[in-house]
Design a protein around this ligand. Structure first.
Ligand SMILES: Cc1cc2nc3c(=O)[nH]c(=O)nc-3n(C[C@H](O)[C@H](O)[C@H](O)COP(=O)(O)OP(=O)(O)OC[C@H]3O[C@@H](n4cnc5c(N)ncnc54)[C@H](O)[C@@H]3O)c2cc1C
Length: 494
């Protein structure tokens, strides 16, 4: 993919809608807004906009994995916060600062949030109805977005991820639904990005009419006057700042950055007692990886739907590893519950951006979930190992938060050296699953219309707005809610 999406608005001083952040949520929201006929939308993106390929299109599997798990090799990796609870929110936890954001890195897993998570008092009823029942007289947002993404992927209608349920290790695995497609002429693939909807027949990428894009523009603050958001503050390139005025500002800068901008704005507006917002959560994920000699399950990605008892779902990825052999990567993904003590905190200072720190930790129920997940993994391996002719060595885990046994253990350079049949366990550090969210919840910090309850004119999208995460990967819901917000803004005030 190539092009110059910054064709217009290079030095605009005013826009009807300013979208802060050109990643998954920001680009989806802007594109949907333009689709509703709204014009004068300006996307401000901190990173560059020349390199618009998904990493699995641009690089080999091994190199793409290294960019994710050894991010010092990724020129776009950037972490604008520090952690008060290291090692969580360190290591691979950070932004990928470029137009497209993490939509150029994600694996395309699209699962809806579970009924047990999408319920009151957590999620507002109006939002749940739009997601699951029907949106503005049409199908539900989940139905619409899933259909669009599967069509883009080239999957047959109604077929989420290829054929076949697999029975393995005493479990029935379903194909994992993914918004991905093969790149012709090789073994590479790409996942959906909203930039795909900007691509013309020649492969050039340009924003649709109504959208301007300004890359290399770090938004320092939201402009607040008279108790409402009036625009954004950016650098002027000469050490000073200048304002871009807007009727509406939408924060889509990733969870921690959007929350940093919100904390600043709400503090300036006098509606926050302390410069912090709680509720920050990530998924709790652990697993094991094992090389199998032969007779393993067929290649592909499979999952067992969530069990409400563990608030987690089990996933298995099988990759060929030499003749007849395979690499089995098993992980269980569960919900860290929102907690006011897990927070994004700012230190007010003379200039923006205010220094930002992240704090997190496990509550009692989260710790129980960690133990329950480990039991699921042990039971699964005990049943699976004999099926593939391997001795079921017990899975050993170290303490939660052990930086020496985190999710970087799945790097190809490590797994290649692993003895056949010997599973290696790992547990992700919080903030390193790239699923962080929850600090700007709909129905509390935001109204059910995505507007800040304490600051009219300011809106947000992305996993930050989830009142609780559930176990499912966030992006199907992120895309759906970005489209929901666009429809609300296009319809105007009620
Ligand atoms: C390797 C990997 C695999 C993943 N796989 C999946 C998956 O299979 N399924 C799933 O559901 N999710 C997956 N995710 C998570 C998913 O990609 C993220 O949840 C999603 O991209 C978040 O969207 P966002 O718009 O909030 O943030 P981002 O996509 O990160 O976009 C934020 C954008 O804002 C810009 N920005 C930040 N600060 C500023 C500022 N101050 N001014 C201007 N611009 C700014 C950034 O540069 C960035 O472009 C994966 C993520 C990674 C990294």
């Amino acid at each position: 993919m190539s092009g110059n999406p910054e064709a217009k608005h290079g030095s605009a001083r005013r826009a009807r809608v300013v979208v802060v952040g050109g990643g998954l949520a920001g680009l989806e929201c802007a594109t949907a807004l333009a689709g509703h006929g709204v014009d004068d939308i300006l996307v401000l993106e901190a990173g560059p906009g020349e390199d618009l390929d998904h990493i699995h299109r641009a690089y080999s599997r091994e190199r793409a994995s290294e960019m994710v798990f050894a991010p010092e090799g990724d020129p776009y990796f950037h972490r604008p916060w520090s952690s008060r609870t290291r090692p969580h929110y360190t290591g691979i936890s950070g932004l990928r600062r470029r137009l497209g954001g993490r939509s150029l890195y994600w694996h395309g897993v699209i699962l809806p949030l579970e009924d047990w998570a999408l319920r009151e008092p957590w999620w507002p009823a109006a939002v749940v109805t739009d997601l699951t029942t029907g949106h503005r007289g049409g199908p539900s947002l989940y139905e619409q977005v899933t259909a669009d993404l599967l069509e883009w992927s080239g999957a047959p209608a109604g077929d989420a991820a290829g054929p076949g349920t697999r029975r393995f290790g005493g479990r029935s695995f379903l194909p994992l639904p993914r918004a991905c497609r093969a790149v012709p002429g090789g073994d590479r693939w790409e996942a959906y990005t909203p930039l795909e909807r900007w691509r013309d027949g020649d492969g050039r990428v340009a924003p649709p009419p109504g959208i301007g894009v300004r890359c290399g523009t770090d938004v320092l603050a939201v402009e607040v006057r008279g108790g409402r958001a009036r625009g954004v503050v950016i650098g002027d390139g000469a050490g000073g700042t200048r304002t871009i005025a807007a009727d509406t500002v939408v924060l889509c800068a990733g969870t921690v950055e959007s929350t940093r901008l919100a904390v600043q704005a709400l503090t300036v507006a006098g509606v926050l007692r302390e410069p912090r917002l709680g509720g920050l959560a990530d998924h709790i994920v652990q697993g094991f990886v094992v090389r199998l000699p032969s007779g393993g399950p067929p290649p592909g990605s499979f999952y067992v739907p969530t069990s409400p008892a563990t608030r987690s779902y089990l996933r298995m990825d099988v990759t060929p590893d030499g003749p007849g052999a395979c690499l089995l990567d098993v992980r269980i993904t569960g919900e860290q519950l929102p907690d006011e003590r897990s927070a994004v905190e700012c230190r007010p200072s003379a200039a923006f951006p205010w220094p930002t720190r992240v704090r997190t930790g496990l509550g009692t129920e989260d710790r129980q979930l960690v133990a329950a997940q480990r039991q699921v993994l042990r039971d699964f391996w005990r049943a699976a190992a004999p099926e593939v002719g391997v001795r079921a060595r017990p899975l050993e885990f170290t303490a939660f938060g052990d930086a020496d046994r985190d999710n970087t253990r799945v790097l190809p350079g490590r797994t290649r050296r692993q003895p056949v049949g010997r599973p290696e366990t790992w547990t992700s550090l919080l903030g390193t699953e790239d699923h962080e969210g929850g600090s700007l919840p709909l129905g509390r910090v935001l109204t059910p219309r995505h507007e800040f309850a304490g600051l009219p004119g300011l809106y947000a999208a992305g996993p930050a707005v989830f009142p609780r995460l559930g176990a499912a990967n966030p992006s199907l819901t992120t895309i759906a809610l970005s489209r929901r917000l666009a429809a609300i803004l296009a319809a105007g005030p009620r």
